[in-house]
Design a protein around this ligand. Structure first.
Ligand SMILES: [Zn+2]
Length: 445
């Protein structure tokens, strides 16, 4: 994992937030390559969940919502973790932190940081929502919360979307957006962060058909993840047992990936029953039931939810693409060397190609510039004239760039360039006039 974190910083995928001030705990910034990778993943999700389906509509709800939303959703009362404080060193821990010895609140309870005994408080419930104040006065009546999930923005807009889009149940609403959780034990790079981005879809169905739709969406989501190029043996299902199920859930499955720090969830498919709409109906006093005109019956729709983290999915893609390989030296020396390469699916790669002049003379930079300027109108490409060709290849391997294009002595004679494939290291000559077509074909294949 350290190697991946270091590569992510070196190549500009992910930086620690506010690093020059020592960093902000478990908050991360996406650099020039990271923002492209994450955007490619989000666009792929949006395309498959919204554009390719006539029964799903998109939404972009605000982060700030009426505080009653979080009472109705159960987050004010129930979105808590039991925590203990050390009265001596003021550190705070989860009550189930394995580093705590003895029993918190008792004389034998020992603080894992300062080592004092008997200074730990008994566990208290601590809400994970970030709290802030709306308007000029910091008073209880002005408290609002930073949303801890995007789903509630979908539930409160269910009627608006239903009526404006003229959809009929079954139909879904999809949203990508930021959410915030004041996690006490965050960590593992961008796996658990305090600010994160979700890709959620709530599918509203007739009660009784929820089990069938639940199975359907499990299948669809696994297919989508496999389409990212993730290795099958690194993926598995985990069904929530009775004790793991959230209070509202009828059934829930996680899709887990084998990260360098173990198997962990990065997407959940949940059968939420009619809990959400029923609660909002109760708390808002607004009817949220649905009139089925074919049978002339009314019901509160059940919800099947697919909930993915954009950051976690990006982490899965990075972890799965990371390889270290012994390869032949590409500057012509007769030796092997170790390369680090991100074998990203070309469609997801931040940079689609890099353009190099073999040497900075004999007119090669001029031709290379022209090719680069031409390509970047259509593709995100990179220009590099620094160092040996082998070193330039290595930098692009670490960026996951699928193709490297070199302009050499032969280019001015026959207008061809070499195209080097990231995975096979094979080089072929392509006519520069046909370069864009060639790349587009390779990138979508
Ligand atoms: Zn302490």
């Amino acid at each position: 994992m350290e190697k991946l974190v270091s590569l992510a910083k070196r190549r500009g995928f992910v930086f620690q937030s506010s690093e020059i001030y020592g960093g902000l705990g478990s908050v991360w910034d996406y650099g020039p390559l990271g923002v492209e990778l994450k955007k490619n993943i989000k666009e792929r999700w949006w395309r498959s969940m919204v554009h390719e389906r006539e029964d799903i509509e998109g939404l972009d709800a605000a982060i700030l919502m009426h505080p009653k939303v979080w009472e109705a959703s159960g987050h004010v009362a129930g979105f808590t973790d039991p925590l203990v404080d050390c009265k001596h060193c003021k550190n705070r821990f989860r009550a189930d932190d394995p580093k705590i010895k003895g029993t918190p609140g008792q004389p034998d309870g020992q603080c894992p940081v300062c080592g004092m005994k008997g200074t730990l408080t008994a566990p208290r419930q601590f809400n994970l929502m970030f709290k802030t104040f709306m308007g000029p006065v910091e008073e209880d009546a002005a408290v609002i919360w930073m949303r801890p999930e995007t789903a509630q923005g979908i539930y409160v807009n269910y009627l608006n979307v239903l009526q404006s889009s003229r959809q009929k149940v079954p139909f879904g609403i999809a949203q990508i957006g930021k959410a915030f959780r004041n996690e006490i034990t965050p960590g593992n790079f961008v796996f658990r962060t305090r600010e994160f981005e979700q890709m959620e879809m709530q599918f509203f169905v007739k009660p009784g058909s929820d089990g069938e739709w639940f199975e359907f969406w499990r299948g669809e989501r696994m297919k989508w993840i496999q389409g990212l190029g993730i290795r099958q043996e690194k993926l598995r299902w985990h069904q929530h047992g009775k004790t793991e199920l959230a209070h509202y859930a009828k059934d829930a499955y996680d899709i887990e990936y084998e990260f360098p720090f173990g198997w962990n969830e990065f997407e959940g498919i949940h059968n939420r029953g009619d809990f959400d709409l029923s609660r909002h109906q109760e708390y808002s006093g607004k009817k949220l039931d649905y009139l089925d005109t074919t049978t002339n019956t009314r019901f509160v729709p059940n919800v099947v939810e697919t909930s993915a983290g954009a950051d976690r999915t990006t982490l899965v893609v990075l972890c799965d693409a990371y390889r270290e390989e012994a390869v032949k030296n590409e500057d012509g020396a007769d030796k092997e060397e170790l390369r680090v390469v991100l074998k990203l699916k070309p469609e997801l790669a931040p940079l689609k190609a890099a353009v190099f002049p073999l040497v900075n003379k004999d007119g090669m930079p001029d031709i290379a510039r022209r090719i680069y300027d031409d390509l970047r109108k259509r593709l995100n490409v990179f220009y590099d004239d620094g160092g040996s060709i082998g070193r330039r290849y290595r930098r692009q391997d670490e960026a996951g760039t699928p193709f490297c294009i070199t302009i050499d002595g032969q280019t001015s004679q026959d207008q061809t360039v070499t195209v080097r494939d990231r995975d096979t290291l094979k080089q072929i000559r392509v006519a520069s006039a046909k370069l864009l077509d060639y790349l587009k074909e390779q990138l979508t294949g």
